[in-house]
Design a protein around this ligand. Structure first.
Ligand code: PHE
Length: 337
């Protein structure tokens, strides 16, 4: 019996077969169990002999079965590992990589520069009340300055914001008269323009606002000059020219020496040596008061710039529509940003 069991166990190659053998020999009705049961018919002298022999065989069989069981499960594992093996040396299927859109890259860069100067980033709604877009910024109804900004109206008092300046008002209101206010507000703006190389009905601006005690034009100029030098990564000249915006007084526009020719005159600056990059000024007292700031105690400066214009200058792009038409050949040039 022992020899027969041994060769059968040896020959077993799957767990099912082994289970059957366990039943065959060691189960309730198994052959070895039968031998032990039959002991009652033996003489008292034979019993211990047969008993110990049977027990010996039993533990021997159990040992063999256990060993075999281990062998089988190892073999199965081996087989599975082989079947599931991945060949890591096979070449991968190339996947197209996305990239950061140049306008997003510019926005982040501008944010980083101003955050470095202690500004916070604020956002406001693109669908705006007329009262925030114009009224609170000192463009009264029927004010001719409204003609400066042809607008997309949704109702008679709701429109797509024409500039990011209304975020100034939201930012001041949120701070409830607390100083300092030091925010920049990037975002999309909309104007009724026919799209061409230099106009787009949707474009992006970054607004800046500082309100505190004793803020002067000097801070405005210094901040913007530091910004421009960081942005274009070069030393450059800046100049402020008088201008007009209803929400600033005095109002200026800032030019930088041409980033292309260094101010010597080239096609890019139309041979003037200067390029305009933003509008700015001292926040109009009426705007401060309207947003809950005492204009006797506090002054502030504000500025606003078109992001596309900054990107055009920085990357030497000649058509604003490139930013919105998603031509991959154009976009791929900025993949490393
Ligand atoms: N909002 C102005 C524009 O759209 C820019 C500006 C912002 C000017 C802040 C002065 C102060 O042209």
């Amino acid at each position: 019996l022992k020899e027969e069991a041994r060769s059968l166990i040896q020959a077993a190659h799957d767990p099912e077969k082994l289970k059957q053998l366990r039943v065959k020999y060691l189960g309730k009705k198994g052959e070895l169990t039968g031998v032990l049961r039959g002991m009652k018919d033996l003489s008292p002298e034979e019993r211990p002999v047969v008993g110990s022999l049977a027990n010996e065989v039993r533990s021997q069989l159990e040992q063999w079965m256990e060993a075999k069981e281990r062998q089988i499960s190892e073999a199965l594992l081996e087989e599975r590992l082989k079947a599931e093996a991945v060949d890591v040396t096979l070449p991968a299927h190339p996947r197209p990589f996305g990239g950061i859109h140049p306008l997003s890259a510019i926005t982040e860069e501008i944010e980083d520069i101003f955050i470095g100067m202690g500004f916070e980033v604020a956002e406001g709604p693109e669908v705006e009340w007329d009262s925030y877009n114009f009224e609170a910024l000192n463009f009264p109804k029927e004010h001719p300055a409204r003609d400066m900004q042809d607008s997309f109206y949704i109702t008679s008092d709701i429109l797509l914001r024409t500039h990011t300046s209304p975020v100034q008002v939201h930012a001041m209101e949120e701070r409830e008269g607390q100083v300092p206010v030091k925010v920049i507000c990037p975002g999309k703006v909309y104007r009724r323009d026919d799209d061409d190389a230099t106009h787009s009905h949707q474009f992006a601006q970054v607004e800046g606002l500082v309100v505190d005690r004793g803020i002067s034009m000097g801070e405005l100029h210094g901040t913007l000059e530091a910004f421009a030098e960081k942005m274009f990564a070069m030393e450059l000249e800046t100049r402020l020219r008088p201008s007009y915006f209803p929400f600033t007084e005095p109002s200026v526009e800032m030019d930088i020496s041409c980033v292309q020719c260094g101010g010597n005159g080239c096609g890019m600056c139309k041979h003037t040596g200067w390029i305009e990059i933003l509008g700015a000024g001292m926040v109009h007292p009426r705007v401060l008061e309207g947003a809950g700031y005492d204009s006797e105690r506090y002054t502030g400066f504000a500025f606003g710039m078109g992001l596309e214009r900054i990107a055009l200058l920085k990357y030497g792009i000649d058509d604003i529509r490139q930013f919105y038409t998603n031509d991959l050949k154009f976009l791929r040039q900025f993949q490393s940003l």
